[in-house]
Design a binder for this molecule. Structure first.
Ligand SMILES: [Zn+2]
Length: 252
């Protein structure tokens, strides 16, 4: 076992959209940014003293284009295989997210109108198809891919041996990272209850920190308190039939 360090790679703004660099025996990239950001990610990886050709894997946390928009480009620039969950293969292969986006609140309702979310980007085919918990030791990091469905059916997180959880959009910072350190839903969830169940499952593993796609790292205790409030809020909505969930069978 060797230490695996988690380094944020800003893709848009300082914290608005993040990818991550995991440094172990070999480097692994988590998430592939917005369309056209491949070079920016590549150059930042190099600036951390990593030869991009040494990157062993690019893990894509889910099928939204701010996370896989530059996957094909980054694959070309590094030569590394891309890993993604089988349940989001549809978006990866189509180069676009499932429509419509299901807003978690006013922010999502506003953002859903933004044309950049509905772009078609270059598709990719994951060479490493994730179907369950996956050990990344063979890729040079002491870490595991953990399926955390709910935000999308194929959402995954990466948990390192030190307890850092690179969580994609399982949780975010308030207002898409503008209010730093305050846990909040990202603008959209395909299945809010399933996402909360995935989040609680990860919290039960006692992560030391949560590194998110949008915002700065979150303290687990603060996320626990948020999750309890969110549980009460969703329970109220559920009782009155006001939760919208993407109803599609499994893996389309
Ligand atoms: Zn997302």
């Amino acid at each position: 076992m060797s230490r695996t360090k988690v380094i944020p790679i800003p893709v848009m703004g300082r914290h608005t959209v993040n990818a991550y660099l995991l440094l172990g025996r070999r480097p692994v990239i988590v998430d592939a940014g917005t369309p056209g950001s491949g070079r920016r990610i590549h150059d930042q990886v190099a600036a951390h003293g990593v030869d991009p050709a040494d990157v062993s894997l690019i893990v894509v946390t889910h099928g939204h284009i701010d996370h896989f928009g530059a996957a094909a480009e980054l694959h070309r620039l590094t030569g590394a295989p891309v890993a993604g969950h089988v349940a989001d293969l549809g978006p990866f292969r189509a180069g676009r997210a499932r429509e419509p986006y299901l807003p978690t609140g006013p922010m999502g309702r506003l953002m859903a109108r933004h044309r950049n979310l509905h772009l078609k980007v270059e598709p990719f085919e994951p060479e490493v198809l994730v179907t369950g918990e996956t050990d990344l030791e063979d890729f040079g990091v002491t870490a595991r891919i953990m399926p955390t469905p709910g935000h999308t059916a194929g959402s995954i997180s990466v948990l390192t041996g030190e307890g850092d959880l690179v969580a994609g959009d399982l949780i975010a910072n308030s207002f898409f990272g503008l209010v730093q350190g305050r846990p909040a839903n990202p603008p959209f969830h395909d299945d809010p209850l399933l996402n909360l169940a995935s989040l609680r499952k990860m919290l039960a593993l006692d992560p030391t920190r949560l590194h998110v796609g949008h915002g700065t790292p979150l303290e687990p205790d603060r996320v626990r308190r948020w999750a309890s409030r969110e549980h009460r809020r969703l329970s109220r909505l559920e009782r009155t039939g006001r939760i919208r969930t993407r109803t599609e069978a499994g893996t389309a």
